[in-house]
Ligand binder design. Structure first.
Ligand code: HEC
Ligand code: HEC
Length: 182
């Protein structure tokens, strides 16, 4: 323990409001880098595309067979091929309960978002399906499609950052005031 660190605040206490908190902005921005890295990972990005087609593989090419947001309306639901569980061999359809894209009117795009853009978007409930920051954390902790990112079936790399580390990063970001990177 270095006593000088303890003495300094006492000396200046009279000038500082009693409620002053340490500035955690830098810590929050750094935590958001982890959030961005996971959300832009192919296992997440491929279902959060900028365009109309879901994406495939590490390179994020548009889904084969002209699958788009409109396929379901045109009589080809995702569940025709994507079941509740992953296929057992590479190149078989991956699966998890209720496999689908975000709705056309709230597209929840991650593909191509810079850290700042993603950060602003996640703080805007009109772009998250009405979720506030607390519910975004719950979604990331519990949603089965999010879970799939860590068990994507044979032939696909899982998200390399452990899920608890992502959740911790989101909590740190929120607790520090949800600052957005520059
Ligand atoms: C199979 C497609 C699919 C995969 C894979 C997927 N998501 Fe999603 N995601 C969705 C859908 C659909 C919604 C909208 C759910 C709703 O609003 O009920 C959603 C919503 C979200 C939301 C809440 C809203 C928002 O704006 O962000 C977050 C956060 C999210 N996903 C994160 C992830 C992360 C992180 C991964 C990867 C670990 C991931 N998703 C993988 C389909 C997917
Ligand atoms: C005709 C069958 C079929 C339909 C319908 C279909 N898919 Fe797929 N999908 C596949 C197959 C097969 C793969 C696996 C390709 C591979 O790994 O080689 C796949 C892979 C994917 C992937 C890639 C996962 C990853 O990270 O690599 C996503 C995302 C996806 N599909 C989303 C959807 C969505 C959303 C729908 C509905 C709008 C849908 N698919 C409809 C057959 C289909």
């Amino acid at each position: 323990m270095r006593p000088v660190l303890w003495l300094a605040p006492v000396a200046f206490a009279a000038c500082t409001p009693a409620t002053a908190q340490p500035d955690r902005t830098a810590e929050g921005k750094q935590a958001f880098a982890t959030v961005h890295a996971v959300f832009l990972h192919p296992r997440c990005r491929n279902c959060h595309p900028a365009g109309d087609a879901p994406l495939q593989y590490a390179d994020g090419r548009p889904h084969a067979q002209n699958i788009t947001r409109r396929s379901e309306k045109n009589g080809l639901p995702c569940a025709t091929c994507h079941r509740d569980k992953n296929g057992t061999r590479p190149n078989q359809p991956p699966g998890a309960p209720h496999w689908h894209l975000p709705p056309s009117d709230v597209r929840m795009v991650f593909e191509g978002r810079t850290p700042r853009q993603l950060c602003e978007q996640l703080k805007d409930p009109t772009k998250t399906g009405g979720r506030d920051l607390a519910r975004l954390i719950t979604h990331v902790q519990e949603d089965p499609l999010v879970s799939w990112g860590w068990s994507p079936g044979p032939g696909r790399d899982p998200v390399p950052i452990p899920r608890p580390q992502l959740v911790d990063a989101m909590k740190t970001w929120v607790a520090s005031g949800a600052p957005c990177p520059d």
